[in-house]
Design a protein around this ligand. Structure first.
Ligand code: PYC
Length: 315
């Protein structure tokens, strides 16, 4: 084990989805691009991830965030996101949680903050009223209306899109997006995820599509749509999912259904909201998402060498 026996963390939630920011006690990942440091974390210190977010200290829903020195000289901080089964490229709700936490600690003030991530730099703006906007990485649809044969359900058609992670976005399905159907929604989206992998349907460069996103009619507060997002480790996103909302806006723009300046109000399965907008630049579509985060705990994780589950329960 190459990391400390005491790890300082602060927990927050963004629209219901938790983020655990690691402040110290992390392994030395060296310098260089965040993508290289992520690779080092994955290959040499993966048990740090399971120690921080897996049971018995954490649970399947928590997204971990490792605060690092940025590599991009234009950035103020660097962050690597991880979950119960692996690593994320970017994380919209997690970035809001990190910004809220740094403000809580008095390390940052309202204003613009540039954040280096393994998939590129993003900008987070903290407003005086506590709202946080994340200007995400370039997002795009890589394949329109792809049909996958899902055992037990039949053919399912959706778009493949990048919003900082890979998504399969399905509008046409028979499910009601209501919390009381969470088991059925999870089984359905997990079956889609497995079928995509088995049938070789991937994002660019063969990257696995590890987030499945269903859309349905909105229920609350002038939202345009409600979603259900299945995350890579089979937990559903309690928030509307920042990277998923980015992928959705890229698809809407590609279909001529969302223009720069228009607001896309995305509601989660809980009814929590992100407001999305997009900017179209020469090289493509750059979405932003706005929401709020709240601090829930500040504590120290303790690693007891006598504890058989000191490094977390590993699947
Ligand atoms: O907000 O981008 C997001 C996200 C990804 C996975 C969970 N939340």
């Amino acid at each position: 084990m190459n990391f400390a026996r005491r790890i300082s963390i602060i927990d927050s939630h963004t629209a219901g989805e938790p983020t655990r920011l690691v402040l110290d006690g992390m392994p030395d990942l060296g310098s260089g691009p965040l993508a290289d440091r992520l690779k080092r974390l994955r290959t040499q210190f993966d048990n740090f991830r399971t120690t921080v977010v897996n049971e018995p200290r954490g649970h399947d829903v928590i997204v971990g965030a490792l605060l690092c020195e940025p590599h991009d000289p234009a950035c103020d901080i660097g962050v690597i996101f991880f979950n119960n089964v692996g690593y994320l490229g970017m994380c919209g709700h997690g970035t809001m949680g990190v910004i809220k936490t740094l403000a809580y600690l008095g390390r940052i003030q309202p204003g613009e903050h540039r954040v280096d991530t393994p998939v590129g730099a993003v900008k987070a703006t903290l407003y005086e009223n506590g709202l946080i906007t994340v200007d995400n990485v370039r997002s795009y649809r890589s394949a329109k209306q792809v049909t996958v044969d899902v055992p037990g359900y039949g053919p399912v058609t959706g778009d493949v899109a990048w919003g900082g992670n890979w998504f399969f976005l399905v509008e046409d399905h028979a499910f009601s997006l209501d919390l009381k159907y969470v088991d059925e929604l999870t089984a359905y989206t997990w079956a889609i995820r497995k079928a995509l992998t088995q049938q070789g349907i991937t994002g660019d460069g063969g990257q696995e599509i590890d987030h499945i996103e269903l859309f349905g009619p909105a229920v609350h507060r002038g939202a345009h749509s409600r979603n259900f997002v299945l995350c890579p480790g089979k937990a559903y996103d309690r928030s509307p999912c920042g990277t998923g909302t980015s992928a959705k806006m890229a698809c809407l723009h590609a279909d001529g259904r969302l223009q720069p300046g228009e607001v896309w109000r995305q509601e989660s399965i809980l009814g929590s909201i992100f407001d999305g907008r997009l900017d179209v630049r020469e090289d493509g579509v750059y979405p932003s998402v706005t929401g709020s985060a709240y601090i829930t705990a500040q504590s120290t994780l303790i690693l007891d060498p006598e504890d058989p589950f000191m490094l977390g329960i590993q699947a």
